[in-house]
Design a protein around this ligand. Structure first.
Ligand code: SF4
Length: 342
């Protein structure tokens, strides 16, 4: 890691882009630009930033602006809570710090809307405090440099990278942090498109040397799991025939067989209605058990009932336990009730 410091700082001196908020290291300017840049492209932010500064050039004007005017200035940038938090923070700065931006990470991070990254960026760029400012760009660059295949979406991976950066953080912490972000923005690009030939870290980058830039960074997206409730019926006739039906369509488990079931957990009345609809006369309805089955994206929560019926109907396929055993593919989810089929 130590090897990256000098080449990066030298590269940044020559290659840093001229951006409106980089004309000075006024903490108000850095703060507003960093908040605008969250979830928004640099090109789109430029115009907003210039307009914002014209209308609200300092903390005081931001603290006193009406919410309506503030939101109008923010219109189109989205994530409006960012703008509201700016105003709240400005009010606190007026009250608690006499209108002057706090000068250290520990105080900055207390303000509404300022997280670890923004506090680190302001503290290092404006006050040269030796703190890190790790965003997605920095995670990508460092993961590639050290050849790490750890999931960059995990907090522990971020912590580890912050730890490594802290150890080598130079006096010019602001330039170093900005250089890393800038490298991620314009050279070490995501999706297999890094411009390694023009990268100052080419000689010390593991991903480049081992040809791993397509594989790093690793981002394991968590799939939001769907949860479904079902009532499952083991319908059995007096001569031990069991009702099955085929799952149609192209969805989950299509083409396989299943015990008749319905969405949701049925109460007693709903079960009676259902049996009527299926033209079945029940001699006994007995709750069996609850079961859960976990698919890749869905969890099924099932309640099973054994229903002894007078005779078969036309809606289902009625088969013997032996046939079920040998001929009909029954998904694991329904196997959980198979023991009751005797
Ligand atoms: S050498 Fe390539 S992969 Fe490594 S940091 Fe530079 S641009 Fe990124």
């Amino acid at each position: 890691m130590q090897e990256i410091v000098e080449p990066l700082l030298q590269w940044y001196q020559i290659n840093r882009r001229a951006l409106p908020w980089r004309e000075d290291t006024n903490p108000y300017h850095v703060w507003i630009s960093e908040i605008m840049l969250q979830q928004t492209r640099i090109e789109a932010v430029k115009e907003y930033y210039v307009r914002f500064m014209k209308e609200l050039p300092n903390v005081e004007s931001l603290a006193n602006v009406s919410e309506e005017k503030l939101l109008k200035l923010w219109e189109g940038l989205g994530y409006y809570s960012r703008a509201r938090n700016l105003k709240k923070a400005a009010e606190i700065i007026m009250e608690k710090y006499n209108g002057k931006m706090p000068t250290c990470y520990a105080e900055l991070i207390q303000l509404p809307g300022i997280g670890e990254y923004t506090a680190g960026a302001i503290a290092s760029i404006c006050y040269q405090e030796k703190v890190t400012a790790v965003d997605g760009n920095v995670l990508r660059v460092i993961s590639r440099v050290i050849g790490s295949k750890k999931d960059v979406l995990l907090p522990e991976t971020k912590k580890e990278i912050e730890g490594k950066l802290k150890k080598v953080m130079p006096k010019q912490s602001g330039n170093f942090n900005e250089a890393l972000m800038e490298l991620g923005e314009i050279v070490c690009l995501p999706n297999g498109a890094p411009d390694c030939e023009n990268c100052p870290l080419e000689n010390c980058c593991v991903a480049f040397q081992k040809n791993l830039t397509d594989e790093i960074p690793v981002r394991v997206k968590k799939v939001k799991r769907k949860q479904e409730e079902k009532t499952v019926f083991i319908l059995v006739t007096h001569d031990h025939k069991i009702a099955l039906e085929k799952r149609e369509g192209k969805g989950l488990l299509s083409g396989m067989y299943q015990f008749p079931n319905v969405e949701g957990f049925c109460q007693e009345g709903a079960i009676k209605e259902l049996l009527l609809k299926w033209s079945l006369e029940a001699k006994e309805v007995r709750f069996l058990k609850e079961a859960k089955h976990v698919f890749t994206h869905i969890d099924w929560f099932m309640k099973g009932y054994l229903v002894r019926v007078e005779k078969e109907n036309k809606d289902f396929l009625w088969i013997s336990p032996e046939e079920l055993e040998k001929e009909y593919p029954l998904p694991t989810a329904f196997q959980k009730f198979k023991n009751f089929v005797k």
